[in-house]
Design a binder for this molecule. Structure first.
Ligand SMILES: Nc1nc2c(c(=O)[nH]1)N[C@H]1C(S)=C(S)[C@@H](COP(=O)(O)OP(=O)(O)OC[C@H]3O[C@@H](n4cnc5c(=O)[nH]c(N)nc54)[C@H](O)[C@@H]3O)O[C@H]1N2
Ligand SMILES: Nc1nc2c(c(=O)[nH]1)N[C@H]1C(S)=C(S)[C@@H](COP(=O)(O)OP(=O)(O)OC[C@H]3O[C@@H](n4cnc5c(=O)[nH]c(N)nc54)[C@H](O)[C@@H]3O)O[C@H]1N2
Ligand SMILES: [Mo]
Length: 698
């Protein structure tokens, strides 16, 4: 009791920002005392957060002070892989070992043999990409194409509306019809869900379009359970009806779109009956949805990245993004479509990352979604991989190849993380990363329109270092003398944005550092394309895209079937389409080593429709194997009509070493890439499911 009082007296609150890869980018009030994070609350004065946090972040002190935090640099003893043992070394020795090895690889194989591997484990602008990028650019290392999540959708939007810009979620409360299209908001975009519910209270109709009846779909007015990878067909069918029945905003089309006549011709081939057959839904659903969409104002479509993980993912998002220009939905602040708001921020990426430091010609590019293949087959061979902000052993597709690649004895591997992840088990040198609560950062968001500062709340634990400081020290060891390697974190924050941009009018780094967060200088009733002004080459919404034509792609919206399509010969052997979307209590693989959240999620599961389960003599709760030509993993069957017939769903992403069979869902996913942006096709994956021997034996 006495101790609590003492802590309270000494404690104070610091303004932070959630660094996880999530559209909500919450503002945090972090209470600290005695050098520890005591409590984390959602900031009440930050409108998108509105004082509410997801459960994961509400328990953040447990993550910061987790007993398994890495606190010192380590060197591996013995074999790579699960069970690997490490010994403590000094930072000095760690940096010397890394610098010596990188230098010798540069000398014998060239710098392109070195590959950085990072994603958005830390989404702050400094943590995500700043001094690290400068370091690898100056080194001349291979470039990494960061395609694992969003590149197909981003490209589809760029081809259509010009940028990752959409309606302002804060305005969605005034919508009358909201399509949650491939978005499980309750799980992965909680603060949007809060606003959608408010819209519903005010009379809006909510429609979930998702092969799975998710917790979000449960709470919508209608759920359309289409087959995975058929969204573009549905959107083409909606356009067919909108045009056939003249539910169009002719003035908007004439003034603000390009290629309407060609689009009208294209969608003639997609009558509702045809589309319904492709999507595996009833024809009337297409007719009704088109009529609702064409005759309701305002209407908002919240797409998310679930749809961009199949072969035609780019085209799917492009096709959906055409809809609001047909009906003039963009005219309303509560209308249009939203995939990401990140294109609203005047980020000065060139200043942060300094691509000008790269040698000419610029080094080769490695696609992070095919890292398994590339570690085994890239030419010239990859000699070193430096992993930070990511856990590729668990998250990259087709783990069989990823594991074999990382197991190469001649591969030099450095991993910088807060925890000894599945990937860390393959590190030659394992480095301790500080959490965002131990460092300064500045944030944009991809779900709202606020810019935020994350102030350090406590000193780095043990000998942990932020990404910026790690690469500052490494640059010095490598003898890089450019002044940009001496920039402090505050310098980097100042460089991160173009403060002269009108969207930041009235803002400065100093003001922001004081206030914690600020909305971009955009009108409260922001309607980005109410008067056209699309940031495309033509300035219009491009139904016809010359950019796509120039890349040899179909310039018009089209249906691209999944690579692993139910009508292909492969489906004879593996008839079920597998989806592996986020679990509520994990954030990709982050939090998936927390006892609290492991208990919540219980065990890896696979949702299977009662009909599909009966055919395979699988009962609810049975241990099963999910398998295909690439591999297999184990889970417990949850027999439920939440999964539509022909589709199975394994929420993810479990750590391999914390799963019963030492594997996870990415054993079966494929390294095929999307039509646009070279993205990963996690949800384009045919499998079969069988009761496992464990049950047969019992
Ligand atoms: N709790 C939690 N939140 C997260 C994450 C997490 O791991 N956990 N991850 C974060 C990250 S990195 C991202 S990118 C986002 C991901 O979140 P979202 O962008 O919402 O994407 P997913 O969760 O992959 O998919 C959303 C829904 O799409 C459905 N879906 C799958 N395939 C299709 C399809 O072909 N068509 C349609 N219409 N629907 C389909 C899935 O069943 C799922 O319910 O969430 C972020 N937020
Ligand atoms: N089957 C399947 N696979 C998927 C997906 C799916 O839906 N299904 N989703 C895909 C998507 S959308 C994404 S975005 C990727 C995500 O994949 P990753 O980006 O690899 O995300 P995490 O698994 O959360 O791993 C992030 C790691 O960064 C570490 N980290 C956090 N902060 C810092 C820091 O400041 N410095 C350093 N050095 N490390 C830090 C965390 O501890 C964690 O281990 O996974 C993809 N993989
Ligand atoms: Mo993601």
């Amino acid at each position: 009791m006495a101790q609590t009082v003492a802590e309270d007296a000494a404690s104070h609150t610091i303004r932070g920002a959630c660094p996880h890869d999530c559209p909500d980018t919450c503002a945090l009030d972090v209470t600290v005392g005695n050098g520890r994070v005591l409590k984390v609350a959602g900031a009440a004065d930050h409108p998108p957060t509105a004082g509410v946090l997801c459960t994961k972040v509400a328990y953040y002190p447990e993550r910061i002070h987790h007993p398994q935090r890495l606190l010192h640099p380590l060197r591996r003893l013995g074999a790579k892989g699960p069970g690997a043992r490490f010994e403590r070394i000094s930072w000095d020795e760690a940096l010397t070992t890394i610098a010596d090895r990188l230098r010798s690889i540069v000398a014998s194989h060239g710098a392109e043999a070195i590959v950085p591997y990072s994603y958005a484990g830390n989404s702050g602008l400094l943590g995500y990409g700043s001094l690290d990028r400068r370091f690898f650019h100056r080194l001349g290392a291979a470039q990494l194409d960061r395609t694992i999540c969003a590149s197909a959708g981003a490209m589809g939007y760029r081809a259509t509306i010009g940028a990752s810009i959409g309606f302002d979620a804060e305005n969605v409360v005034d919508s009358r019809l909201i399509l949650l299209w491939g978005s499980n908001s309750v799980v992965s975009n909680l603060h949007f869900w809060r606003l959608a519910q408010e819209a519903r209270r005010r009379g809006a109709r909510l429609v979930a379009i998702d092969p799975c009846r998710t917790v979000t779909a449960d709470r919508c007015d209608q759920h359309i359970a289409l087959l995975p990878g058929t969204d573009s067909a549905l959107a083409l069918g909606l356009m067919h009806v909108l045009i056939r029945d003249d539910l169009l905003d002719h003035e908007y089309i004439a003034r603000h779109t390009l290629g309407f006549a060609a689009l009208a011709e294209r969608v003639r081939a997609f009558p509702p009956a045809h589309v319904a057959a492709i999507c595996g839904i009833d024809e009337r659903i297409v007719e009704e949805l088109a009529h609702a969409y064409g005759s309701t104002r305002p209407t908002a479509i919240r797409t998310n990245y679930g749809i961009n993980r199949t072969a035609g993912g780019g085209m799917a998002l492009r096709t959906i993004a055409c809809l609001p220009a047909l009906t003039g939905a963009w005219r309303d602040p509560a209308g249009g479509v939203l995939l990401s708001t990140s294109g609203n921020y005047p980020v000065n990426t060139a200043a942060l990352e300094r691509p000008d430091l790269m040698p000419k010609p610029t080094p080769r590019v490695i696609n992070m979604s095919t890292i398994g293949h590339d570690l085994l087959h890239a030419l010239p061979p990859i000699q070193a991989i430096f992993v930070y902000n990511s856990n590729p052993l668990a998250i990259a597709p087709q783990s069989g190849q990823v594991v074999r690649g990382f197991s190469r004895n001649d591969l030099f591997t450095v991993v910088h993380d807060l925890f000894q992840t599945d990937t860390a088990d393959y590190a030659d040198i394992l480095l301790p990363a500080s959490s965002h609560m131990e460092q300064l950062d500045i944030h944009k968001s991809y779900g709202h329109l606020y810019i935020q500062v994350n102030q350090p709340a406590i000193a780095p634990l043990g000998e942990a270092l932020p990404n910026t400081e790690l690469f500052r020290r490494l640059a010095s060891r490598m003898g890089f003398t450019e002044p940009c390697f001496a920039d402090s974190d505050a310098d980097l924050c100042r460089q991160a944005f173009d403060w002269d941009d009108p969207r930041l009018a009235g803002l400065s780094w100093e003001k922001l550092a004081r206030d914690g967060h600020a909305r971009l200088n955009l009108p409260q009733r922001y309607a980005p394309f109410a008067d056209g002004g699309f940031p495309t080459p033509s300035g219009k919404c491009e139904f016809y895209s010359q950019m796509l034509a120039d890349q040899g792609l179909d310039p018009l919206p089209a249906f691209i079937a999944p690579c692993e399509w139910r009508h292909s010969p492969l489906a004879q052997e593996f008839p079920l389409a597998l989806l592996t979307p986020p679990a509520r209590n994990f954030l990709n693989t982050s939090f998936a080593n927390s006892q609290r959240f492991l208990e919540q999620e219980k065990s890896p599961t696979i949702l299977i429709n009662p009909g599909d389960a009966a055919q395979r003599a699988i009962a609810d709760g049975d241990p099963v194997r999910i398998f295909n030509q690439r591999g297999e993993f184990a889970a417990r069957a949850v027999v439920s009509d939440r999964a539509r017939p022909g589709v199975v769903v394994a929420t993810s992403i479990w750590w391999r070493k914390l799963s019963p069979d030492g594997r996870n869902c990415n054993e079966v996913t494929s390294q095929a890439l999307t039509d646009m942006g070279g993205g990963a096709t996690f949800y384009d994956c045919l499998v079969d499911v069988a009761a496992s021997c464990e049950r047969n034996a019992s």
